[in-house]
Design a protein around this ligand. Sequence first.
Ligand SMILES: Cc1cc2nc3c(=O)[nH]c(=O)nc-3n(C[C@H](O)[C@H](O)[C@H](O)COP(=O)(O)OP(=O)(O)OC[C@H]3O[C@@H](n4cnc5c(N)ncnc54)[C@H](O)[C@@H]3O)c2cc1C
Length: 627
Amino acid sequence: MDKVAAKLRVVRNSLGHVQAVEPTIIDHGSPEAPRPKYEYFKLNGWGYNDTKILFDSAKNCGYVTGSRYSFAKLPLTQLEEFVKRDVGLDVRSKAKLPQDMMAVDPPYVNEPFISDLGDSFSRLSFDDRERMTHSHGHTLDEMYRAKFGKFDRFADCVVYPGEHDHVEKLVKLAVKHGVVLIPYGGGTNVTKALLLLKEEKRMIVSIDMTRMNKVKWVDKVNMLACAESGIIGVDLEKELQKSGVCTGHEPDSVEFSTLGGWIATRASGMKKNYYGNIEDIVMNLRVVTPIGTYEKLSVWPRISNGPDLFHMIMGSEGIFGIVTEATIRVRKLAEVHEYDSLVFPSFEDGEKFMWELARNRVYPASVRLVDNIQFRFAVAFSVAPQSLKSDFLQRIARFYLTRIKGYDPYKLAVATLLFEGSTEETQYQKKLLYEIAERHSGMSAGEENGRKGYRLTFLIAYIRDFAMEHDFIAESLETSAPWSKVLPLCENTKKQVKESAAKLGVTIDPFVTFRITLLYETGATVYIYIAICSRGLKDPVAAYEKIEEEARWCIIRNGGSLSHHHGVGKLRKKFLPHVMAPCGLEIIRGMKQNVDPRNVFAAGNIVDLEEPKAKSGEDKPSPTPKL
Ligand SMILES: Cc1cc2nc3c(=O)[nH]c(=O)nc-3n(C[C@H](O)[C@H](O)[C@H](O)COP(=O)(O)OP(=O)(O)OC[C@H]3O[C@@H](n4cnc5c(N)ncnc54)[C@H](O)[C@@H]3O)c2cc1C
């Protein structure tokens, strides 16, 4: 066997510190192997290199660069007015230029580990760009540092396994040589799950799963498919479509996030009402842990074999092992894929409509109710009508809604809808849904507005980058709450954010907006977008994080969950003892100690290995969770 890795030469200085590793990259992947992420993804922000929001002062409009999205290059004529009036952001202010890429510290190298690895990988890289992109996710803090700062610790090396056996070998050697492994999917998490611990002195190897990206088989009799865990969402759907099936799992990060990442974070997609959350989709998985590989011996529709260990892996955020593949439930491709939208006189009317949908189990694939601010935000980011006819029709619709029906444009709320399924089932669903909408004064606002609403989804993270360069920092939070708590939770969280921001000296009233979506009979998911002006703040990220922390306490006090689908990571770890009984934390710790006694998977997510000593009364976990 050609021990390629053994040919690596590590150059150290007289103090023993690594100065260089030569060659920097060893790649024996096929020409079709996925390219390293830095070649197409920004090093200092979100998304594709060629896509960015810019403002053209000469033409008085914003626009999206590149040609990937249908709205690229089209004029956003209402952007300036909205962000000035409702956010306080001046698009003509000089943009704060981000660095191209931060400086990266030299790596720690565990030579016996690398040498024992032989050629059990598809790619191995000490390239600074790869090490940097594998040292973070996409919280505000991480994005701000990517633009204007530096991470405290970098992955020392990135290894791309090409097959399950490579992963088994990596884990075995990491245990033997005391190396840390951090599984990496698309890097899109928003919980600091991939931010590395400053104090870690062992070599940290990021295990990038994206070269394990095959759909291994599709079984249309039992409606199952098996895929490797590094497959990216859009590629998974594209591959399955060739066999006439789909998963329907569509998180807003579907262009970049992976099957393994979804499992490890307990993700949820926007069409969950019809297709289910990730735990409803995954039927079997293969996970390599330091004490062996675990999988079910067959794919049974349901079993009662004691506790289901999958539920310990789903949401484990890389602390127990590496998921290498999963068998997933698939569905027939939908015959119907139709958008619509509804206008309600107020958010409260819209919420009643959502509640009644859930009560009657009328579940379109997706329904999202946005409040008035978010509706106006969406308008600001929608392109100007491209023809006189559509401009005329829009004016008529606006006239009818506001003058004839008397809806207040500064109060109304909008629900966007996506129907998927067979013709018969979606027709029946629509009939019931429109009857319910009518009872709450909902009026159709047309298919195009629905479609536009969903298209905006893919712009949100680009908008945050644009805002950050104009002194506005923003983040989204999510929670789930019982129906009876949804509206008070929104109202109180808004008050809390404003109060916290004022206390911290934020000069402009913060932008806070809500979306209710993902229905359950017992409650719903609430998304909250917060943006604050960072001008004049000594440490903008610390100020924002304080505001978010107080907002999260408020959400929990008002009956919301710590997270519906983003997870815990390191960002929300401190809240867990307040929403989980102490024995629950002990069960997780006990499992970690048994499965990974040498803490190879030292991401530091979810729980500390030892119960942290309380620093102050405020931080002290309560003995019983209070909701
Ligand atoms: C713009 C944007 C939109 C988003 N929309 C949604 C949404 O609609 N729904 C939603 O649920 N989330 C959403 N997220 C959050 C994020 O996309 C999800 O958490 C996603 O599941 C992460 O997948 P990933 O492949 O990027 O994982 P990563 O970020 O690479 O990793 C996340 C965690 O999983 C672990 N991990 C990754 N792969 C494996 C593996 N194979 N085995 C074991 N552990 C692994 C990592 O170690 C890490 O702890 C969004 C994020 C952004 C930035």
